[in-house]
Design a protein around this ligand. Structure first.
Ligand SMILES: NC(=O)c1ccc[n+]([C@@H]2O[C@H](COP(=O)([O-])OP(=O)(O)OC[C@H]3O[C@@H](n4cnc5c(N)ncnc54)[C@H](O)[C@@H]3O)[C@@H](O)[C@H]2O)c1
Length: 274
């Protein structure tokens, strides 16, 4: 499909999911500008996309620095004069951050602040300075990234989760304030997606346990998120705004006993009747 021919699209972050999203948007015809604090990673992804015959470039972007966000957009305005798609994907997910984001009564202030500084404030800066460029050509589509962690309680990651819940709220406000001017704003809420980073933070045993809780027979891949992002970026979703799109294999949508009993349920029809 070439639903994004001629569109200018920004993707923040070029890690596991960001790379897949940038590749998919480019494959659909967009020129993708990848912004990352890790410029080498952004460039590697952009070069790979160009190598496949699509359009992409990379630029330095530090979400914690408003001036960096402004400079990033200034370069886009000078080169392209427009912005059609903004995909806010980047987040503070490093092990040194996540491994200290645990009990609320032990929460280090700097861990809480860092989660909000990168995830929430950074997303806000991208939206704040992206909207004026989008409005020059009648609007665009903003797709931010939240997490299932923002929709349920858990034992780990309250700062991360709260920073993502704030992005859900920011989505509603952006969609409400700028919808009539042609800007749609939605947020994707992924469940666990298998990226290289996931293997740093989770043992195989933990991943197996999570897989048992999915309603699908498999865990999610970065490409599953990329497909949802491409849909929300395209005119196929033109009547969809202010939504939290959950892409998680149904992990949040069943009773807690599911993973313990599903194998028995499937094994023998006798287990399905009384
Ligand atoms: N992988 C999962 O299971 C999962 C689940 C739910 C939500 N998510 C969300 O999906 C998104 C992508 O996750 P991922 O697993 O690909 O993460 P990742 O760690 O692989 O990539 C994060 C990217 O953000 C960039 N980044 C970090 N700080 C930045 C800053 N200050 N300025 C600019 N760029 C910065 C990093 O350099 C990296 O490229 C994140 O928002 C994450 O919270 C992921």
């Amino acid at each position: 499909m070439h639903r994004l021919n001629g569109r200018i699209a920004v993707v923040t972050g070029s890690g596991g999911i960001g790379e897949a999203c940038a590749r998919r948007l480019a494959a659909e015809g967009a020129h993708v500008i990848i912004g990352d604090i890790d410029q080498a990673s952004a460039r590697r992804v952009a070069d790979a996309i160009v190598g496949e015959g699509h359009l992409a470039s990379a630029d330095f972007l530090d979400l914690t620095d408003e001036q960096s966000v402004k400079t990033f957009y200034k370069n886009i305005a000078e080169k392209f004069g427009r912005l059609d798609v903004l995909h806010n994907n980047a987040a503070e997910t490093r092990h040194e951050q996540m491994s200290r984001d645990m009990g609320i009564t032990e929460m280090p202030a700097e861990i809480w602040d860092r989660a909000f500084e990168v995830n929430t404030r950074g997303t806000m800066f991208m939206i704040k300075h992206g909207i004026p460029l989008m409005l020059k050509n009648g609007g665009g589509s903003i797709i931010s990234t939240s997490s299932g962690a923002a929709l349920r309680g858990d034992l780990y990651g309250p700062a991360y989760a709260a920073s993502k819940a704030a992005i859900n709220c920011l989505t509603l406000y952006t969609a409400t304030q700028y919808g009539k001017q042609g800007i749609r704003c939605n947020v994707i809420s992924p469940g666990l997606i298998v990226t290289p980073n996931v293997y740093v933070s989770n043992s195989q045993e933990q991943l197996d346990r999570i897989e048992k809780h999915k309603l699908t027979p498999y865990l999610g891949k970065p490409e599953d998120i990329a497909a949802a992002v491409a849909y929300l970026a395209s005119d196929d979703s033109r009547f969809m705004t202010a939504q939290i799109m959950v892409v998680d294999g149904g992990v949040l949508d069943h009773m807690p006993y599911f993973s313990e009993t599903i194998e028995n349920f499937m094994a023998d029809p006798a287990n399905r009747s009384v």
